[in-house]
Write a protein that binds this ligand. Structure first.
Ligand code: MRU
Length: 367
């Protein structure tokens, strides 16, 4: 994506060819900070502390985390430990385990002497695949947006609501939910995006920043506004990303997604979920019972980060000091509330049959 006229991916190698550069997203949209990772522990910290975030990007960061581990020590033991550390960094997004398992299965077949070079090649390949995949699902979503837009009165912008940040910043490039929106904008479709703020971490501010960079009309709203806007005919469709889709089509995504899907259903508004196939967990058959939901620190809820009156980045407390907090980072939207999935291979029903129709090569898992 272009930022200030220059093309960036969210993760890349430094000029020395082995250190890994990331955009530290904790400072966006206020400050552009690039951090360098030199050890596997840096990659683990970057994922856990959300310097990088979004399911596909944490998978890509984990892939480079393995490279960093092998750069220092390419033994079996080092590979095993790095895999375990990286997979434990965040539990919900399946792309993390997917990337680690995919690379480690291949790397363990090579002698230690070869592993580091192979790891960098595999990580680069995984990142390129992510970019291609997201662009492809963006094309599929563009056709879908175009079809909805064609039904609107001449000249009326299509209103799309999104939750969290499933944009370029959540992937290596393009994004998932935002990829169709970027492409629809390029195709000249008149659009306006409702951006949920997405408390507690306000990933909506990242989405608004991305849309602003691409000059796409948008409005930032509080999380509770979506249902109200839907009742008034101000939302034509919703598109979100996801951190894990179970094989029956249940969607785990940022907390609050379920409520938007409920409100969309009550108002007969299509609710689409955009995902690369790396986000499908074919092992799990029931989202509500089976997907591990990450719980995060109380301070994410009791405090907010932003610029103060002097333009200085600061954290302030918004609650009484000792207030009890619960901070589940994700929720599960049952498949029955989802109109369709947008994937790199096409649009399908949110069901096992729908997913298998697009990905028939997937090994059958006994029910
Ligand atoms: O906690 P985060 O910011 O990593 O959560 C991100 C989301 O929930 C996104 O919607 C999801 O990863 C899909 S993004 C391509």
């Amino acid at each position: 994506m272009r930022v200030g006229g220059q093309h960036f991916r969210t993760i890349w190698l430094a000029d020395d060819g082995w250190r890994v550069c990331i955009i530290d997203q904790r400072y966006l949209p206020h400050q552009w900070v690039v951090a360098q990772l030199e050890q596997v522990q840096h990659a683990v910290d970057a994922i856990r502390d959300m310097q990088v975030r979004g399911a596909p990007l944490i998978g890509a960061t984990a892939a480079y985390g393995l490279c960093l581990a092998l750069h220092h020590d390419a033994s079996d033991n080092s590979l095993r430990n790095a895999c375990a550390q990286l997979k434990a960094a965040r539990p919900t997004a399946v792309n993390l385990a997917w990337a680690v398992d995919r690379l480690s299965a291949q790397l363990s077949t090579f002698p230690a002497d070869d592993r580091c070079e192979r790891a960098y090649a595999l990580a680069a390949g995984l990142c390129d695949d992510d970019v291609r995949t997201n662009r492809a699902l963006g094309e599929q979503g563009l056709s879908l947006i175009a079809r909805h837009a064609a039904r609107l009165p001449e000249g009326r912008a299509i209103n799309i609501l999104t939750h969290c940040n499933a944009g370029w910043l959540a992937t290596v490039d393009w994004g998932t939910a935002l990829a169709p929106i970027f492409l629809a904008h390029r195709a000249g479709i008149k659009m306006h995006v409702w951006v949920d703020e997405t408390r507690p971490r306000n990933q909506g501010a990242l989405t608004a920043w991305e849309l602003e960079q691409q000059s796409i009309a948008h409005t930032y709203i509080v999380d509770n506004a979506g249902g109200h806007l839907m009742q008034r005919g101000l939302v034509d469709l919703c598109i979100t990303g996801t951190d894990r889709v179970t094989r029956n089509g249940d969607v785990c995504n940022k907390i609050g997604t379920y409520l938007k899907a409920l409100a969309a259903r009550d108002n007969s508004i299509p609710f689409y979920v955009a995902l690369p196939s790396s986000t499908i967990d074919w092992q799990l058959g029931n989202g509500l019972d089976d997907v591990p939901i990450e719980t995060r620190g109380d301070e994410e809820v009791t405090r907010v980060r932003g610029l103060d009156h002097d333009g200085k980045l600061s954290d302030i407390c918004v609650t009484g000091r000792a207030v009890p907090v619960r901070n589940d980072a994700f929720d599960v939207t049952p498949a029955r509330l989802i109109t369709a999935f947008i994937t790199e291979r096409g649009v399908c029903a949110a069901s096992e049959a729908g997913l298998r129709s697009l990905f028939p090569e997937t090994v059958a898992v006994p029910a």
